[in-house]
Design a binder for this molecule. Structure first.
Ligand SMILES: Nc1ncnc2c1ncn2[C@@H]1O[C@H](COP(=O)(O)OP(=O)(O)OP(=O)(O)O)[C@@H](O)[C@H]1O
Length: 885
């Protein structure tokens, strides 16, 4: 090593070298603004190394999620320790206690961890495996089916000017006259052929027609709207910058994802895309919006904030409006905000609605907001992907409390990675994080109680394989297309570990990288590099090695380089750059280096995944509260034609929902039976951990309270220091209206006042109570939806396109004859009143003696005023008489 340093190289490390360990990402670095970070990095580079080289997907438009970029703009909470660190601490303590009990001598804690987990896992594997049965579908009477279809037909409210339910299967992007820069973008994304929804939608959207499109989850709807948008923008007038396109999505994570797809697709064009979503830096967004980017991808709340408070930003010039997940965007949660946005946007726009589940709300909107819309239904709203295998685990009535144990069994034994578990409530998701964490499962959580930075980080870690199981609420149910690095499990020195494969590509230079990493108990134990050769090029992986470097190695025209870790490497003539430092155990650190051959221009090298893998399994802790929710949740797997599996726990109360799923299923469903022995084992394990769970929850609560007090003090200090500096932001509703809206949306039983009362009466919460709480919440939601469905539908009020001339006149409310006569002041009414009842009326009243003689009468009222009472009916009595009548 010393010799290498003498030669002017940065040497790599020997096992017994003492090292200064830099943390992988210090918190100060995280807080630093983007610009400063770059400067710091540049300083640390070796002078002769190409300065403009930047590693990896931070700017890589190829990455599926540009989380790194978004994370820079998300505020981070300062926490004394993360939840994972707390879990690790408790686990470590438990291990120590256990080993002390076993009267063993000093042990290497980490090694024993690994071994124990392996033991646990292997003993689980030896246990009886789950059994799977195919669920029989009950055959329905034909007549009954017909009726439902008919009913559905009747529900159709919108008059679509055209309906497209088929497409040209042989269509190519070239056939659609897609421009070259976008074709290049497509080929970078490896999209050779349009998917069915793309083939059907793109030509219509290019014509500028309004449309309402429905296709199964994971079928490529994002490109279906983004491609025609970009294509149309290529021909925009370029003299002034104007925001012409607005894409609205329901969640922040989805917005980041759509933004990434837009950037990938537009990478060879000059179209500017901008994100406007909650949770990310407001000032940075304001600055970006001031430049009038061509496309704004937004969530409704933050968009309205900018519309109210960012000068110069308007929607007056919007030419295309897209609502992704349209049914969600138009449901009651976003109703007020959507009304405001549509009110402010240009009326001459093209509007496109996309979702995998189209419902009445969408149709209502289509009726009032779309102009001659085209309906493009490639699938029905209830369809799931054909490559999805749907399984159900039955929970007997008296065994509701076993759900946590079943989930633990599933993720620890069977579905160990690339798995999302959907949970109804944030609280339960958090508890499961602690429980599964204590059981040694590599978990993360994703829900609305986390800060935006934590949300993005969870997704990023899940994508990168650093989290195996993601516990999420319905926040993650829609739209997210999570593709992660393909990992391969290998064993190194008895430790199970993962292998990540990356491919560096640029300008004909391919760099193969293999990196090994393991996260255990908050400490990353890493790292060495394996010799890797690309199988596609007829090469083979030679097995694990500490180092591979080959300068100028040319394999079928591809130059092979490597990132390597230290040890016995001949690096003469090669330059190294430290790209990352990992901590290995408490006392050792290992550095990863990038080897770069001198004389090779690697400016702008980009890291691309060699192999990516999507979510393999979706597990539902309880049955989702509607078929629509089910379709979206299970739609996180089996995307883009890939295989996937869903496992749903179904209790007795949820069988109705299960029937719905069975009714609409197009592929056979399976029943999974988990042996009672396995459930029992995990139930006992969780029961033993209960005190630890409580301890962690208390610590968290204490920290939370301390943070809240600290925040209040800071706020007060701020107010004292800068009293005039408190700029209040405007909102389109008053505070009271907003509070009222939120209160209306809250599910009755979960109102704040009730929650407060519930806190007061402290009782021991059992596993059954927790599950019942989950089920209750789900039921309440379903009940509200059902009530809403039953309500007569109003035409939605965003209707700036309502043609008033065609509006039906309101039928006049018919007043009773009695009221009419008393209140009418018309001429004829008054005359009639003065003259008294007509002959006919008198006859009806039995007052008429005889019909008047024609000749004797003259004038217009002669008939009416004839009869014996003629004289009597003048004067004050008239009124009385008419009243009597
Ligand atoms: N033409 C194509 N060829 C191959 N893959 C594609 C193509 N278009 C899209 N994909 C891939 O299909 C996957 C799903 O795409 P996307 O997220 O747009 O689906 P979606 O229909 O919007 O799903 P959801 O209903 O869940 O929002 C993505 O990983 C995307 O990269």
């Amino acid at each position: 090593m010393a010799e290498l340093r003498k030669l002017g190289f940065i040497a790599t490390i020997e096992e017994n070298d003492s090292l200064h360990l830099a943390p992988e990402s210090s918190s100060s670095e995280d807080e630093a603004p983007a610009g400063e970070k770059v400067k710091k990095k540049k300083k640390s580079k070796i002078n002769s190394f190409n300065q403009s080289f930047s590693f990896t997907d931070q700017f890589d438009p190829q990455s599926a999620f540009n989380f790194d970029h978004a994370l820079k703009f998300a505020k981070r909470k300062r926490e004394p320790s993360t939840l994972d660190e707390k879990i690790a601490k408790v686990r470590k303590r438990n291990k120590k206690e256990k080993s002390a009990d076993d009267d063993e001598d000093q042990v290497n804690v980490e090694n024993s961890d690994d071994e124990e987990i392996e033991e646990e896992e292997s003993s689980d594997e030896e246990m009886t495996a789950d059994s799977i049965r195919t669920k029989e579908k009950k055959k329905k009477k034909k007549g009954k089916n017909k009726k439902t279809d008919f009913e559905e037909e009747e529900k159709e409210l919108v008059e679509f000017s055209e309906t497209i339910d088929n497409y040209d299967e042989k269509a190519t992007f070239q056939d659609m006259n897609v421009s070259r820069p976008i074709m290049k973008g497509l080929s970078r994304m490896n999209f050779a052929k349009p998917t069915p929804i793309q083939a059907a939608t793109i030509p219509v959207a290019l014509l500028g027609r309004d449309l309402c499109a429905c296709a199964v989850t994971g079928s490529g709807k994002t490109v279906a709207f983004m491609l025609p948008i970009l294509e149309r923008l290529l021909y925009r007038p370029k003299n002034t910058a104007v925001t012409r396109v607005l894409v609205l999505v329901p969640t922040r994570e989805l917005a980041v994802q759509v933004h990434t797809v837009a950037r990938q697709l537009s990478q060879f064009t000059n179209v500017e895309c901008c994100l406007a979503v909650g949770g990310l830096d407001l000032k940075a967004q304001e600055a970006a919006l001031r430049l009038s980017p061509d496309v704004v991808i937004a969530t409704p709340g933050r968009l309205i904030d900018h519309l109210q408070n960012s000068p110069n930003f308007t929607l007056r010039n919007i030419e295309i409006l897209v609502l992704d997940e349209a049914d969600r965007m138009l449901d009651e949660y976003f109703a007020e905000q959507m009304k405001e946005i549509i009110r402010q946007s240009s009326q001459t726009r093209q509007t496109m609605l996309f979702s995998a589940t189209m419902t009445e709300e969408v149709k209502d909107l289509a009726a009032v907001s779309l102009k001659n819309p085209v309906k493009i239904f490639i699938n029905q709203s209830t369809d799931t992907a054909l490559s999805l295998r749907q399984e159900f685990v039955r929970i007997r009535a008296n065994r509701e409390g076993e759900r946590e144990a079943i989930i633990a069994g599933l993720v620890a034994r069977t579905f160990r990675d690339h798995c999302i578990v959907f949970i109804q409530t944030k609280k339960q998701a958090h508890r499961m994080h602690i429980v599964l964490g204590l059981l040694g499962v590599n978990v993360g959580e994703l829900h609305g109680n986390l800060s935006q930075a934590q949300r993005l980080e969870s997704l990023k870690m899940f994508k990168e394989g650093l989290i195996d199981v993601l516990l999420a609420t319905d926040l993650a149910a829609r739209g997210l297309d999570i593709e992660g690095v393909k990992t391969t499990e290998v064993r190194y020195r008895g430790v199970k570990t993962k292998l990540y494969l990356h491919l560096l590509v640029d300008r004909g230079l391919d760099i193969l990288v293999a990196k090994r990493q393991r996260v255990r108990e908050g400490v990353k134990t890493v790292s060495y590099i394996e010799e890797l050769k690309d199988r596609d090029r007829g090469l083979d992986i030679e097995g694990l090695k500490h180092l591979l470097v080959d300068r100028g190695l040319d394999i079928e025209g591809v130059k092979l380089f490597c990132i390597y870790l230290d040890r016995g490497l001949d690096i003469e003539g090669l330059k190294l750059q430290v790209i990352s430092t990992f901590t290995c155990r408490q006392d050792r650190g290992l550095e990863l280096h990038l080897l770069v051959d001198r004389g090779l221009d690697i400016e702008g090298l980009k890291l691309q995944r060699l192999d990516i893998e999507g979510v393999k399994t979706v597990i539902n802790f309880t049955m989702p509260n509607s078929l629509k929710h089910y379709v979206h949740r299970v739609g996180r797997t089996a995307r883009a034609g890939k295989k996937g599996r869903s496992v749903t726990l179904v209790g007795e109360q949820e069988r109705k929902m299960l029937k719905e799923v069975v009714k609409h299923a197009k592929t056979p469903l399976k029943t999974r039976v988990i042996p009672q022995e396995v459930i029992g084992k995990y139930r006992d394990k969780i029961a033993k951990l209960e005190l630890d769970v409580k301890e962690i929850e208390w610590t968290e609560q204490e920290e939370k309270e301390m943070r809240a007090t600290e925040n209040q003090i800071n706020k007060a200090n701020n107010l004292l220091e800068n009293p005039g500096d408190q700029h209040k932001r405007d909102w389109f509703q008053t505070h009271k209206q907003r509070m009222q809206e939120q209160a209306d949306l809250r599910l009755g039983e979960f109102s704040l006042s009730k929650k407060r009362n519930m806190k007061k009466e402290k009782k021991v919460v059992t596993a059954e109570d927790r599950v019942n709480n989950e089920l209750l919440k789900s039921e309440l939601y379903a009940a509200r939806m059902a009530k809403k469905e039953r309500k007569p539908k109003k035409m939605r009020a965003f209707g700036e396109h309502i043609d008033k001339s065609k509006k039906k006149k309101k039928p006049k409310i018919k007043k009773s004859a009695f009221d009419d006569e008393l209140t009418s002041t018309s001429r004829t009414a008054l005359k009639k009143f003065r003259a008294g009842p007509s002959y006919q009326e008198r006859k009806e009243l039995g007052m008429a003696a005889k019909k008047p003689i024609r000749g004797k009468q003259s004038g217009p009222n002669r008939g009416k005023q004839s009869g014996p009472n003629r004289g009597k009916q003048s004067g004050p009595d008239r009124g009385k008489q008419s009243k009597r009548r």
